[in-house]
Design a protein. Structure first.
Lengths: 320, 320
């Protein structure tokens, strides 16, 4: 080879990339870039391998002004648990945006996706949540439940976190981890309706295929980020919730229509507001965000190749 | 990481992967698999980066029965020559077809693409060219011109090779290289019409955007493989040539319609034969191939993800 290629493993990346405000800013800049011109972000390449209960998604984006672009492969092989292996995996390959040469292979097994997804949640909370959040709630008890609350706490330093999941033991473990990580009070909610009622900021982090969050749970002074739905067939909010919100914001309209909460709302014939604004337009001020403290806002995050390019470029600039 | 990942560089791969009949058989098996059921091959993901004169193509395919599948990224950055860098590059990532885990990263800078493309030419020649080929001709003078003739010689050991290109010096160098590599007579043709007239097997290997090969050059007892066109806007054969052939064969119908010679023929309103047969169907006998010595046959090769998966899986089985 005529040039050096960096190979970084998951273990190395875990040490290099903290979930901090710098990362939130990096992902925020990706949304701003998406709102401007010049970003090239092709549709997600998906391969559904039903014969082996597997799926492969490929995302990429070119962002003008960044030195690199990433191509991210995410794998989900759902028989892996039987083999004692994680279901999710993948890697990012990073290319020079000037020469196309391979700069790095980030063997992250999905770690960077987890991080940029959490950071996007913080970006949504920063620009849409009420200024004052004392209680945040998370629906779901997995890794993203933990990361989303840690990321949101960077921008809205809430005093209490509520956790709900179908499995109360897992919810208790998640609450305990969050109490440790954030040094705040954490409780398990017995019912997701109660969790929503008591929170000013809610993040849904489940792979649900039947909606969990009901429209009549929404209340003034609430922001909800739904980040679980990333495929046709998934949804976490009832379609009517989107219309009940004063403002519904997409990460990328072309994606939420097919993969996000908006898909079910369109299919149900409930959505009548046309193309929603994108998060980037809220950040730049091209579209209004929350207009008053009592507003109900929803952000629908499906995950974009622009976030992958942003975090991968960020990683290459970090000290080893 | 819980498992080992093989990283192979271009230099290592150059030593490991000869252009031989074993490789031709590997690529032939990929075409047979495509003709059967169960192959999952999503449309090519393409990113056109006009601002930096770059393009990125991503191909992949899952082939039942193979242990691995590859995801291949090809880059073309056309300002690289100014920088003293090659325009084309890329890599393949290889995943377990059972668990989705990354098995290998093949930092080949397009070498494996070159090899599997040449091998596909040999597969087409094996199944479509006249049984007896004494003279083969190649249009174009680059790396693929050399590789295509070397691969074709494995299945049709012709006695003479003719080379034509717009640059006579490059054509002379290509002819000289082929004479050395194959130990046969090699000549530069002064005119592509003469080259076609004297050959029983012709391979076109150019990035032409205006057709070179004219319909009235086609003669009985001729097979033509057009492998240069792989993008909308490219074509090497006049549309009428496709109709003049007794048999026109696609590597993949869904690709040649958009990227191959068939695109221009459809756009010109010249093509009236409906969906052409695919090379895999010729190999398996599901569709007839050459029916008599005097037939004129054409194969249109755009390059498939199945070939990438086939060669990558082959590489992982080779001794280092």
């Amino acid at each position: 080879m005529a040039h050096d290629i960096r190979i970084l493993t998951e273990a190395e990346l875990l040490n290099m990339v903290p979930l901090d405000l710098a990362l939130v800013d990096v992902v925020e800049a990706a949304f701003v870039a998406l709102a401007g011109g010049g970003v090239i972000m092709p549709p997600i390449l998906s391969m559904d391998l039903a014969a082996v209960h597997g799926e492969v998604d490929v995302k990429t984006a070119y962002i003008p002004g960044l030195d690199s672009f990433a191509l991210k492969v995410s794998t989900g092989f759902f028989d892996n648990a039987k083999r004692g292996l994680p279901s999710l995996g993948g890697l990012m390959t990073v290319f020079s945006a000037t020469t196309g040469q391979v700069q790095a292979v980030l063997l992250d097994n999905g770690f960077l996706t987890d991080m940029r997804t959490a950071a996007a949640g913080a970006v949504a909370a920063r620009h849409l949540a009420p200024a004052k959040v004392t209680t945040a709630g998370v629906i779901g008890t997995g890794l993203q439940a933990r990361l989303q609350m840690r990321a949101a706490h960077l921008v809205r330093p809430f005093e209490r976190v509520l956790v709900w999941g179908r499995d109360m033991e897992k919810a208790a473990l998640c609450a305990s981890d969050l109490a440790d990580a954030l040094g705040i009070e954490a409780e398990v909610a017995s019912d997701p309706a109660i969790l929503v009622k008591r929170s000013q900021l809610v993040v849904t982090t489940t792979p649900a295929r039947e909606p969990i969050l009901q429209a009549d749970w929404l209340h003034p002074e609430l922001h909800v980020t739904a980040m679980g739905s990333d495929a046709p067939g998934k949804c976490e909010l009832v379609p009517a919730a989107l219309m009940r919100a004063d403002l519904y914001v997409a990460d990328r309209v072309s994606q939420v229509e097919r993969l996000g909460e908006l898909r079910a709302a369109i299919e149900a014939g409930v959505w009548t507001r046309g193309a929603p604004p994108e998060l980037g337009a809220i950040i730049t001020g091209a579209h209004h965000g929350r207009q008053k403290q009592s507003d109900i806002t929803i952000a629908d995050l499906t995950g974009t190749g622009a976030q992958d390019t942003a975090i991968a470029t960020h990683v290459l600039g970090l000290p080893c």
